[in-house]
Design a protein around this ligand. Structure first.
Ligand code: ATP
Length: 588
């Protein structure tokens, strides 16, 4: 397959601002792709070589790409740097320089997708001494054979700046249309995706084996399952009503979620975002091998830092010491952890995701041998709101955030946030003191002490229905001086020349970003707003919803993808609840 087909599709994608158009360009691209290659084309289109959980990056720095461009185009390094200064985008630099290159057609041949992908793979796999040379040589060879348009996308890809904005859901839609002729089949594809977290694999399966192939899709140890998520409600009573009067209430521990894959004594740990974080917790691996009594299994647990002297749970922040490359041994001693199991997805060849909660929990209790630092999450079966409330108080006293109340009959709904799991946190019942996680989509330059830096940021909630980000506030409070220095470094790699296609905003920011960085905020309340697009027309025609007095809590939610931010639906729901509470208050 000619790589030019891909480059042309990318060019068309980067020129549209409409999601439907993006989908249809992708459908056309898939239709032109030989079926054996479709997985690779899907990965490439999302700027990857493999599924995310494999954590592979090509890892070419802009500087190195500039060296390759200088070698291939014949332009001096100074000229390349100057062009970069002017255009501000390495892809545009490649395109411009190769347009001027002295013709070497005699020695170049058209690029194929197979060749480009294999070369990217070679570059990703080299490491250590000599790897820079290998990357430079491979990249130069590709650029030598590339047309200016191809070079633009090759360079963006290797430097991790492809940014076509093709979200997982867009790919699933496109696959359903391209290979089953019907977008309504998307749930079948989505199921396979939720069980494998691998869009390329889903793509190849549907392309080669059709819907039947997807239906036969199996869980595999080592391939992460997309996590089941919790909805929220405010009172025990509401929750019990929703769950038909009977439910399991579990402690909601404030740690880090682990999806634990065990095969013999080999253990892999995936984070909530399904990154491989095995190296953060060598001690957890030992604990798993001591306490989990199945040969093959996929289990979920909350890992929590504990005070080894008292056994008390410590706040989430204490786990941050584990996120480092060196000194893990030291961190293990100073900040010991405990594992608290809450679910079982697979055991010894048997899938548990399709079994109801009670059955999963029963089997989990059989499989886990509890010990000092390995427990099952405390649970009760409740039929009365008072039982839940009492258990809640106990959980809070024990250092938990609240409870997760679970539908006894629900299967494990991978990748879904539904009312089969409902979180209950104490604060909801008093005021809006729960935090809201929002995505940074734009920024405004600051004044005074913030001159020359970003002074405020434009934040958005995720709208699941339209797969867009809708603005919910501007925020400038809560940032320390260090934050203000750090944020440009964090955000500038995601800077884009205009508002992103998936961002819906009535406000014009000074600078726009690819929706990527999620931050935790806290606000006094939610109000109607004529200028924000979050929940537009949902409460009142012409008005959206905005956070009032928003403040950055200091916590970057780098464990969340932008699609995991608080949703528009959740904000609308919180607003409605808040209104109800105000109405219910006796007038003073
Ligand atoms: P998200 O729901 O998107 O993960 P979040 O990261 O803000 O949002 P919460 O919504 O507050 O987290 O709670 C869900 C998280 O609670 C789970 O991802 C898990 O890490 C944690 N948790 C703690 N105890 C339990 C439990 N007993 N059952 C399920 N999840 C639990």
């Amino acid at each position: 397959m000619d790589y030019s087909i891909i480059a042309e599709a990318y060019e068309a994608m980067s020129q549209t601002t409409k999601r439907l158009e993006l989908t249809s360009i992708l459908v056309d691209l898939l239709k032109k792709t030989p079926k054996e290659l479709v997985d690779k084309v899907v990965y490439l289109t999302q700027g990857k070589l493999y599924p995310d959980y494999m954590g592979v990056e090509i890892g070419v720095a802009e500087k190195l790409a500039m060296r390759a461009l200088s070698m291939v185009s014949g332009a001096s390094q100074e000229k390349v740097a100057e062009t970069f200064q002017k255009l501000g985008d390495i892809g545009l630099v490649a395109e411009a320089l190769l347009k001027n290159k002295v013709q070497t057609t005699l020695f170049s041949k058209p690029l194929t997708v197979e060749d480009v992908y294999a070369t990217f793979e070679r570059m990703a796999k080299t490491s250590g001494e000599g790897s820079i040379d290998i990357k430079l040589r491979n990249l130069s060879r590709l650029l030598n054979d590339a047309t200016p348009l191809e070079a633009k996308y090759i360079v963006r890809m290797v430097t991790g700046q492809l940014r076509l904005g093709i979200a997982d859901y867009t790919v699933l839609d496109a696959l359903a249309i391209a290979y089953t002729d019907d977008k309504a089949n998307r749930p079948i594809l989505e199921r396979a995706y939720n069980l494998s977290s691998d869009l390329g694999l889903v793509a190849k399966t549907v392309a080669l084996k059709g819907l039947r192939g997807l239906e036969e899709f199996k869980i595999q140890v080592g391939r992460p399952i997309r996590p089941m998520l919790a909805e929220r409600l405010e009172s025990a009573e509401e929750i019990l009503n929703k769950l038909e009067g009977k439910a399991a209430a579990e402690y909601k521990l404030d740690g880090e979620r682990l999806q634990i894959h065990k095969q013999g004594d080999k253990v892999i740990l995936f984070s909530r975002r399904l990154e491989n974080i095995t190296h953060h917790y060598p001690d957890a691996i030992k604990l798993v091998n001591e306490s989990v009594k199945v040969n093959d299994g996929i289990l979920e647990a909350e890992v929590v830092a504990i005070n080894i002297d008292t056994g008390e749970y410590l706040p989430f922040q204490e786990l941050m010491h584990r996120r480092r490359k060196y000194g893990i041994e030291e961190a293990m001693k100073q900040y010991p952890i405990a594992l608290n199991f809450f679910d079982l997805l697979y055991a010894n060849g048997e899938e548990y995701v399709t079994k109801p909660y009670v059955e999963r929990r029963k089997r989990l209790e059989e499989i886990i041998v509890e010990m000092e630092r390995v427990k099952l999450v405390p649970t009760i079966i409740a039929t009365k709101p008072e039982e839940i409330e009492r258990f809640m108080e106990q959980a809070i006293t024990d250092g938990c955030e609240g409870l997760v109340i679970k539908d006894l009959n629900s299967i494990y709904r991978a990748g879904a946030r539904e009312f089969a799991w409902i979180k209950l946190k104490r604060e909801y019942r008093v005021e809006l003191s729960d935090t809201i996680d929002l995505v940074i989509v734009g920024a405004f330059y600051g004044k005074g002490r913030r001159a020359g830096k970003y002074g405020t940021f434009l934040l958005a909630a995720y709208d699941k229905e339209t797969d867009e980000f809708k603005t919910a506030c501007k925020i400038g409070t809560g940032f320390t001086d260090e934050d203000l220095d750090y944020f440009p470094k964090l955000l500038d790699p995601y800077k884009i020349p205009h508002k992103h296609a998936r961002v819906d905003s009535k406000i014009d920011a000074d600078v726009w970003f690819l929706p990527k960085i999620v931050i935790e905020t806290i606000a006094a309340e939610i109000t109607l707003s004529p200028i924000h697009t979050c929940g537009l027309d949902r409460i009142r025609k012409g008005s959206g919803l905005a956070l009032r007095f928003p403040k950055y809590t200091g916590r970057l939610r780098d464990d969340k993808d932008p699609e995991d931010a608080t949703t528009v639906d959740e904000i609308v729901e919180i607003y409605r609840k808040q209104l109800k509470r105000i109405e219910e208050k006796p007038s003073e």
